[in-house]
Ligand binder design. Structure first.
Ligand code: KIV
Length: 274
C-alpha cells in the first residue's frame, strides 16, 4: 500500500502495482503544508480522493477519514464515510483508534462500507500522545493494543494499519488476527507495508524523514535539476527551439507581415479582401 493524493501520484502508484492506494490525511503535511494532519476536513479529503479515483486505478482506493469526522455521533460518521464512497469514489475508509471507536466502526460497517483500522502511533492523537512517539513499548500498553486489534477484527474491519509500534507487538497482532496487518514503522512481520508516496520517491523536498522510511529515489533533486536546466535554457535562448514552436503557412506569414506595416493599412485591407 502507498499513499497518493492526486491524479499523477495515483497513476504512478497504480502503474507500479500497488494493491491499495491510501488517500491519507497525511495530505495535510505532505502536500498542503500543515504541521500535522488535524487541519484537513472531509471536503478536502474528498477533493483528493476523487482526484485519485478519477484515474480509475486497479488498486483498491481507501479514503482516510479526517480528525473529527467520526468522533461525535454514529449518524455523522456514516454520513461522512458515505461521502467518501459517493463523492470520492473510494472503495473503503480508514479510521484511527481502538475499542473506543467501535460504535462508529459498527455503524459504518452496517452501512456496507468496508473499514480499515489504524492502531499504534495514530497521528490524529498527536496531542494526547504528547508528540509522534512509538506506541506499545511497555507490556501493558502493548497488551491493550493487541486487545484493540482483536476487537476491531471481531467488529469486521478488513485490515489494520499498525504504525510506530515495536516489531514484536506487530508480530503478535499479525499472528493473532485473521485479517492482514499493514505496517508503517512496525517491523517486518506485518502482512503488508505502507509508506507515504513523497517519502518513498524523495519528492518531499527536504521534509523530515522518520527512521522507518526507506527512500528509493530522489525525485525532488531530479525536479530541481530539470528546472535549473529549463531556466538556463530560457536565459541563453536555447528554449524554445524550432521543435517547440508553431509556424504559419508561408503565404499567410507574408500577408501578415504586410498587414502589420502601419504605413500601409489601406493596401493591407485590399490584400485581406483579395
Ligand atoms: O495518512 C497516512 O498517510 C496514513 C498512513 C501513513 C498509514 O495514515
Amino acid at each position: 500500500m502507498v499513499t497518493a493524493y492526486d491524479a499523477p501520484t495515483a497513476r504512478i502508484a497504480d502503474r507500479a502495482g500497488a494493491d491499495i492506494i491510501l488517500v491519507g490525511d497525511s495530505v495535510a503535511n505532505v502536500v498542503l503544508g500543515y504541521d500535522d494532519t488535524l487541519a484537513v476536513t472531509v471536503d478536502v479529503m474528498i477533493h483528493h480522493t476523487a482526484a485519485v479515483t478519477r484515474t480509475k486505478p486497479d488498486a483498491l482506493v481507501v479514503g482516510d477519514m479526517p480528525w473529527l469526522s467520526y468522533h461525535s455521533s454514529t449518524e455523522e460518521t456514516v454520513r461522512n464515510a458515505g461521502r467518501f464512497i459517493q463523492e470520492g469514489g473510494a472503495g473503503a475508509v480508514k479510521l484511527e483508534g481502538g475499542r473506543k471507536r467501535l460504535p462508529m466502526i459498527d455503524a459504518v460497517l452496517a452501512a456496507e462500507i468496508p473499514v480499515m483500522g489504524h492502531l499504534g502511533l495514530t497521528p490524529q492523537s498527536v496531542h494526547t500522545m504528547g508528540g509522534y512517539r512509538v506506541q506499545g513499548r511497555e507490556a501493558y500498553a502493548a497488551y491493550e493494543l493487541i486487545s484493540d486489534a482483536n476487537a476491531l477484527t471481531d467488529a469486521g474491519v478488513f485490515s489494520i494499519v499498525l504504525e510506530g509500534v515495536p516489531d514484536v507487538v506487530a508480530e503478535i497482532v499479525t499472528k493473532e488476527i485473521p485479517v492482514p496487518t499493514i505496517g508503517i514503522g512496525a517491523g517486518v512481520s506485518c502482512d503488508g507495508q505502507v509508506l507515504v508516496f513523497h517519502d518513498v520517491t524523495g519528492l518531499g523536498a527536504g521534509e523530515y524523514l522518520p527512521k522507518f522510511v526507506k527512500q528509493y529515489a530522489q525525485l525532488a533533486d531530479d525536479a530541481v535539476a530539470a528546472l535549473e536546466e529549463f531556466f538556463a535554457d530560457v536565459e541563453s535562448g536555447a528554449f524554445p527551439s524550432d521543435a517547440e514552436t508553431y509556424h504559419m503557412p508561408a503565404k499567410s506569414e507574408e500577408i501578415l507581415r504586410n498587414l502589420s506595416d502601419p504605413s500601409d493599412h489601406l493596401m493591407a485591407d485590399e490584400a485581406m479582401e483579395r
